[in-house]
Design a protein around this ligand. Structure first.
Ligand SMILES: Cc1cc2nc3c(=O)[nH]c(=O)nc-3n(C[C@H](O)[C@H](O)[C@H](O)COP(=O)(O)OP(=O)(O)OC[C@H]3O[C@@H](n4cnc5c(N)ncnc54)[C@H](O)[C@@H]3O)c2cc1C
Length: 395
C-alpha cells in the first residue's frame, strides 16, 4: 500500500515534469490525473492509486505550496461529488474510462436530472419514462425534470427514469447517463429568490439514450441512486473549509472591523454560532476520515442538516448586524452563474441563497426522517404505497 512518503515523491515528480508556472492549466490537470494524483483512493488508471482517501491531503498540500492549478471543485461539484462515485461504483470499465477523466479535469460538466414536478422528496414517485426501442436497443426518454443546477453548462447528466410502471415505485426505475447535447433535451432557466438562474427546468422529448449509457441493471436504478444521494449529502454538507472559511468568516470580520455595530446580545449569539461553525467544521473533518473506511452512511444526512441550519442562522445574524446595509442587494440582473459563491457576494445574497440549503440535496424534514429511522432506530413512517404498482398510485 502506498504511503505518504511515496505520494510526496510522486507529486514532486509530477511538478518537475510539468512545472505549473509554464504548463497549460488543462495539460497539468490531465497529467495529474494520469499520474494517479487526482483522487488517490480511486483505482490505478482512473486517476488514483488505490491509496487511503486520507492521503489526498498530502498531495493537495504539495500542489498548493507549488502554486499548481486545482480543478475548481466547486464549479464541477455535481460531477465530482455525485456522478463520479456512482460511475465508479456501478459503471462498466468502458464507462469509467470514458467519463471519469474529463469529469475530474472539469472539461465536462455534469448535472443531476432527478427531481421532477411532483417527485422531489418523494423522488421514487418520478414519472419520466424510458422505453426500450426493440430495434436499436436504445432507450427513448420522455418527461420533465426541475431544479436542475448547472444544466445550462453541463455536457452530461445523471438521469433516473421509470422503465417499468407495473412495479411498485422504488422498483422499475433505471439509471442512465444522458448526453445534454442530444436532440430532445431542452433547458429553460428558472430564476431564483436571489435573482440569478443557477438552475433550470429540463424537458426531455424522445431523447435517445444508448443502452451503453445505462448505469447498473435495468430496474435497479433506485439502488444506484442511493449511492448518488448519500454522496450528495456529504458533498453539500462536508466540504473542507479552513477555520472561519465558511459563512461565519464575513460575519466575524464585520464584527472585528465595525465596533459601532456591536451589541451585547449580538455578541452572545455570534459567539455561539462561531462555536457551532467550528464544531460543524470539525465534524465534517471526522466524516471525511470515516469515508476512508467506505461509503458514506446516514451521518452525511446529519451533516447536511447541520450545515443548512447553521448557514441560515449565521446569514440571518449578519443581516441583523449590518442593519439597513444588510438589506441592500448588490445586483438583480439576471445571471447564469457557474458556481454559487457564498463569500464573494454581499450579506443580502448570502441570506437569500442560504434559504435553498435546507431544500437542495434533500429537505431538512426528510433528512430528519432518515436520522430518526436509520440512526436512532425509531419506527418508520407508514408507507401505504410500498406494494402498489407505480401506475396505480394516486396522483
Ligand atoms: C438550490 C437548489 C438546487 C437544486 N438542484 C437540484 C439538481 O441539480 N438536481 C435535482 O434533481 N434536484 C435539485 N434540486 C431539487 C431538490 O432536491 C428538491 O427541491 C428537494 O428534494 C425537495 O423536493 P420538492 O421541491 O419537490 O419539495 P416537496 O418534496 O414537495 O416538499 C415540500 C415540503 O414537504 C416536506 N416533506 C415532504 N415529504 C416529507 C416527509 N415524508 N416528512 C416530512 N416532511 C416532508 C418537505 O420537507 C418540504 O418542506 C435543487 C433544489 C434547490 C433548492
Amino acid at each position: 500500500m502506498i504511503d505518504a512518503g511515496e505520494l510526496r515523491t510522486r507529486t514532486r515528480a509530477l511538478l518537475e515534469a510539468h512545472p505549473p508556472a509554464t504548463t497549460d492549466r488543462a495539460d497539468f490537470l490531465k497529467a495529474r490525473f494520469d499520474a494517479g494524483l487526482a483522487w488517490v483512493h480511486y483505482p490505478e488508471g482512473l486517476g488514483g492509486l488505490g491509496a487511503p482517501r486520507s492521503l489526498q491531503a498530502v498531495v493537495d498540500a504539495e500542489l498548493e505550496a507549488a502554486g499548481a492549478p486545482d480543478n475548481d471543485p466547486r464549479r464541477i461539484g455535481i460531477g465530482l461529488g455525485m456522478a463520479a462515485p456512482t460511475v465508479l461504483g456501478f459503471g462498466t470499465e468502458e464507462q469509467k474510462q470514458r467519463f471519469l477523466r474529463p469529469l475530474w479535469t472539469g472539461e465536462e460538466v455534469w448535472c443531476q436530472l432527478f427531481s421532477e414536478p411532483g417527485a422531489g422528496s418523494d423522488l421514487a414517485a418520478l414519472g419520466t419514462r424510458a422505453v426500450r426501442d426493440a430495434e436499436s436497443g436504445d432507450w427513448v426518454v420522455n418527461g420533465q425534470k426541475v431544479w436542475t443546477s448547472s444544466a445550462h453548462t453541463a455536457r452530461w447528466a445523471i438521469l433516473i427514469a421509470r422503465t417499468d410502471p407495473d412495479l411498485p415505485k422504488h422498483r422499475g426505475i433505471t439509471y442512465f447517463v444522458c448526453d445534454m447535447t442530444d436532440p430532445g433535451v431542452e433547458v429553460r432557466p428558472l430564476r431564483q429568490i436571489t435573482g440569478e438562474a443557477e438552475f433550470n427546468e429540463v424537458f426531455l422529448t424522445d431523447v435517445r439514450v444508448p443502452d451503453a449509457h445505462r448505469l447498473g441493471e435495468v430496474g435497479e436504478g433506485w439502488k444506484v441512486a442511493q449511492t448518488t444521494l448519500m454522496n450528495e449529502r456529504v458533498s453539500i454538507g462536508g466540504m473542507r473549509i479552513p477555520r472561519e472559511g465558511g459563512m461565519i468568516g464575513p460575519v466575524a470580520k464585520a464584527w472585528r472591523d465595525r465596533p459601532e455595530l456591536r451589541t451585547h446580545d449580538l455578541h452572545q449569539r455570534l459567539l455561539k454560532l462561531w462555536v457551532d461553525a467550528e464544531v460543524a467544521r470539525l465534524t465534517g473533518e471526522r466524516l471525511r476520515q470515516q469515508l476512508v473506511a467506505g461509503q458514506p452512511g446516514p451521518e452525511g444526512s446529519g451533516m447536511k442538516l447541520g450545515f443548512a441550519r447553521l448557514n441560515q442562522e449565521i446569514s440571518g445574524l449578519e443581516v441583523e448586524l449590518l442593519g439597513e446595509e444588510g438589506l441592500l442587494y448588490d445586483d438583480w440582473t439576471m445571471r447564469r452563474p457557474e458556481l454559487v459563491d457564498f463569500v464573494g457576494r454581499e450579506a443580502g445574497y448570502r441570506y437569500l441563497r442560504s434559504k435553498g440549503n435546507s431544500i437542495e440535496g434533500g429537505t431538512s424534514e426528510v433528512l430528519l426522517n432518515i436520522v430518526a429511522e436509520r440512526v436512532l432506530g425509531l419506527p418508520a413512517e407508514p408507507r401505504t404505497d410500498k406494494d402498489v404498482a407505480w401506475k396505480d398510485l394516486a396522483r
